[in-house]
Ligand binder design. Structure first.
Ligand SMILES: N[C@@H](CCC(=O)N[C@@H](CS)C(=O)NCC(=O)O)C(=O)O
Length: 227
């Protein structure tokens, strides 16, 4: 197997968390044109969506979409599991992942778009309304988030893979980039979660990889777009 991915994107991060937790050591390949406009070339034959991640099996079959890949890995390599056995806990894992994908990620999209253009062209009305939408989506997650150091229950699950990288962007990356206060102080349960999840070695590893990728990308950005 191999994983087409980048360290900058939160979606492959979710898959890496599962791979690391299960001890599955596979090569990572960075396709062209994911975080720039250089063109995606033959990668579109591997994944017609042109997005990361894609899991490629040894027989050449390919699978896009982070959640689908995580479920496949869980089915193929069930131990150690990142999917709780209890149906209610399992539903909570899926709920947190869905709230991230359907609400938080969608709210972040205008911010990702703004980050790719010169800050002289930023429309702060649009940025502030996107940040308000991000806060609203975090309120939904605040309602359901676990209080034992993990998104659900007291061990690492697929919900942490979905949430932790997105939370880093919402609590740290976006406020710093757009010079706005972090929503963290208004979200006590999520704030406690954010502090606690970094104590898990696997979660900490993927969070650090994301910090490193952001800081490497920052070095490449023209001065007028830098944080
Ligand atoms: N729903 C997809 C989202 C994947 C996604 O949007 N990946 C971004 C990386 S941040 C991407 O590859 N963007 C490239 C592009 O849109 O051209 C998943 O969960 O895998």
């Amino acid at each position: 197997m191999k994983l087409y991915q980048t360290f900058l994107s939160p979606f492959p991060t979710r898959v890496r968390l599962i791979l690391y937790a299960k001890g599955i050591d596979i090569p990572f390949v960075e396709p062209p044109g994911i975080h720039d406009r250089s063109g995606k070339g033959d990668y579109l034959k591997i994944n017609p969506l042109g997005r990361v991640p894609t899991l490629e099996l040894d027989d050449g079959r390919t699978l896009p979409e982070s959640e689908v890949i995580c479920e496949y890995l869980e089915d193929m390599y069930p131990t150690p599991t990142l999917r709780p056995a209890d149906p209610w806990a399992r539903a909570q894992v899926r709920l947190i992942a869905r709230l991230c994908d359907f609400y938080l990620v969608m709210a972040m999209v205008p911010l990702f778009t703004a980050s790719g253009i010169s800050r002289k062209k930023w429309d702060y009305d649009k940025i502030d309304s996107a940040l308000a939408e991000v806060k609203r989506s975090l309120d939904y997650i605040e309602h359901y988030i676990g209080t034992s150091g993990y998104a659900v229950g007291s061990s690492l699950s697929q919900a942490d893979g979905a949430l932790a990288p997105q939370l880093m962007l919402a609590f740290e990356w976006a406020p710093k980039l757009f010079d706005r206060p972090s929503p963290e102080s208004q979200l006590p349960k999520l704030s406690a979660y954010w502090k606690a999840i970094k104590k898990d070695p696997i979660a900490d590893r993927v969070i650090r990889e994301t910090y490193d990728a952001i800081s490497a990308a920052q070095q490449q950005v023209p001065k007028d777009k830098q944080i």
